[in-house]
Design a protein around this ligand. Structure first.
Ligand SMILES: [Zn+2]
Length: 345
């Protein structure tokens, strides 16, 4: 089987495509024939060596995987060859105190597929069976590969972590990103009034098409004031944040009393200044969100099957062009998701 290896970190990193023997499943594992795998900012951090984790190279990246089961290892009972599946990228142990109450995002023994073990930019991938989620018939592989990580991250933020309420003002950062484009759709579907930030005319139009009622220009420094104005000075009740740095600091300026910022990423910086006086006076909350629980992934796929959540796919590229897809994501010229197709499905 063909597999894309990251052999050296860098900007760009060095990739090689290798032909390897087909993998064999160990006890409790399955081999999945990969049909589609989405690209995420996490992949760029892996490429650059910018993750605060020890990484062994070579590594096959790719953490947003959809495909069909090719082989099952000993002890696998619930899955058979041909089953269509999505893979939960935060592989959880299923046994620790957090997993036992359905909080797999907090698993003490979690492992990221495509980061700490080989991922989906390959024709086949091996994962433990507990990482599998069944794909509804109506959800095709490309849709699953564009939502399994980014979409379920947004679901986790808006339901498990921050619990958006009907009528809330929700500000979604980065309308054209994977998390942003899903968050707009989910928040508006749950009855919130959505304001999105976007940095170009194309991205602003996309945000409105996805269900945002208002869009503010992310490049104009006065965007927090603009957002406040839209809410008639009430401020936004919830900010869906994944950019970090100055952007997160500024987001506090448009937050309503009692409002919350839920954050799952920090592409623009991991260290921020927080002024504690307005933070406690206005009873603000800053909520961390990491990965997803099984229930978030299942809900995301159900919404996709019902046509309530549609991924924005910029383009689908063949496996051999994976390094070029990394470059495109880094240049920030993409509108929505980049998806790599491994096998004709
Ligand atoms: Zn666990």
């Amino acid at each position: 089987m063909k597999s894309v290896h990251l052999v050296a970190h860098g900007t760009p990193g060095r990739f090689e495509v290798h032909d390897l023997p087909d993998p064999q499943p160990a006890t409790g594992e399955v081999v999945v024939q990969v049909f589609a795998c989405g690209l995420n900012h996490l992949d760029l951090w892996l490429e650059e060596g910018a993750l605060p984790l020890p990484i062994q190279l070579p590594r096959t990246p790719g953490c947003e995987i959809a495909g069909a089961i090719l082989a099952t290892g000993e002890g696998v009972k619930d899955w058979t060859k041909g089953d269509r599946v999505a893979i939960q990228s935060n592989i959880f142990c299923g046994q620790c105190e957090y997993c036992s109450r359905g909080e797999e995002s907090l698993c003490l023994n979690s492992e990221m597929v495509g980061v700490q073990r080989d991922g989906g930019f390959a024709e086949q991938v091996v994962v433990p069976e507990r990482a599998l989620a069944r794909l509804p018939d109506k959800v095709d592989f490309e849709t699953a590969a564009a939502l399994t990580l980014a979409g379920s991250t947004a679901t986790h933020m808006l339901t498990s972590r921050a619990k958006v309420r009907p009528g809330d003002w929700v500000l979604v950062m980065g309308a054209s990103s994977g998390v942003g484009s899903a968050a707009i759709q989910i928040a508006s579907q749950l009855g919130a009034h959505v304001i999105a930030t976007a940095s170009s005319r194309e991205k602003r139009e996309l945000a409105l098409k996805l269900g945002a009622e208002h869009v503010v220009n992310a490049i104009d420094e006065s965007w927090p004031a603009e957002a406040r104005k839209i809410t008639a000075k009430h401020g936004v009740d919830l900010v869906v944040e994944h950019i970090g740095g100055k952007v997160l600091e500024q987001a506090f300026n448009c937050l309503a009393r009692g409002g919350a910022i839920v954050t799952c990423g920090a592409t623009a910086g991991r260290e921020v200044m927080l002024n504690l006086w307005p933070f406690f006076v206005k009873e603000h909350r800053l909520i961390g969100s990491y990965g997803r629980n099984r229930v978030d992934l299942e809900r995301t796929l159900e919404w996709a099957a019902a046509g309530k959540l549609r991924p924005v796919v910029d383009r689908i590229v063949p496996l051999a062009e994976t390094p070029r897809a990394f470059a495109a994501l880094r240049e920030r010229t993409v509108l929505g998701k980049l998806v790599v197709r491994s096998n004709a499905g």
